[in-house]
Design a protein around this ligand. Structure first.
Ligand code: MN
Length: 197
């Protein structure tokens, strides 16, 4: 079975003006799709061809000869996860179980939001800012390129893509403005709450 490109979980113009339909056309229709096409070519006819995406990631993460497979597989997973972290009229302070966990971990939502934005701003080059669960504690982390929590025994709760292709058409070099807009207006806290379970 081949790995497939998931549909976006929202309409392409739902996230405007914070993320434009034009950005999503390229980001989902070209970048995400290319990772899917590349991985399917790399695993065709190998013993990875019948594995799930998560199984491929875990196997390739431990084998430096499979770096190309890891990079494409992890980028497919990261993007599919990222789309679910976004929704129209999202963002701002959360409700539900995650709200109490954020307060007890960071003291306030504002402090949490500042640290999440800072993780994305300070990721040098391409990568991802994350909210993860590790040993039953919430943590904010950042990873380079395709690297991701599953490769480090962490459970992903939220992510924001900080590769330039995620924001350059809408914000040019202003990564901090993109991060602030996503955190204030697009974070899907229902998805984050579901990931706590
Ligand atoms: Mn991306």
């Amino acid at each position: 079975m081949a790995i497939s490109l998931p549909e976006l979980p929202f309409k392409k113009d739902d996230l405007a003006p914070y993320i434009s339909a034009n950005t999503l056309d390229f980001h989902h229709g070209k970048h995400h799709k290319t990772y899917v096409d590349n991985l399917n070519k790399l695993i065709a006819g190998t013993d990875l061809a019948d594995k799930t995406l998560e199984e491929i990631i875990k196997i390739a993460a431990k084998d430096t000869e499979k770096a190309g497979i890891f990079n494409n597989a992890a980028q497919i997973w990261n993007h599919s996860f990222y789309w679910q972290c976004l929704k129209k009229n999202g963002g701002g302070a959360p409700q539900g179980a995650i709200a109490a966990k954020i307060s007890s971990t960071w003291g306030s939502y504002d402090k949490f939001a500042e640290e999440l934005k800072n993780a994305g701003v300070t990721q040098f080059g391409s990568g991802w800012a994350w909210l993860v669960m590790e040993e039953n504690k919430l943590k904010i982390t950042k990873t380079a390129n395709a690297d991701m929590p599953l490769a480090h025994g962490q459970k992903a709760i939220l992510t924001i893509d900080v590769w330039e292709h995620a924001y350059y058409l809408d914000y040019q070099n202003r990564r901090a403005d993109y991060l602030a807009a996503v955190i204030q207006n697009l974070i899907n806290w229902d998805f984050a709450n579901a990931n706590l379970g």
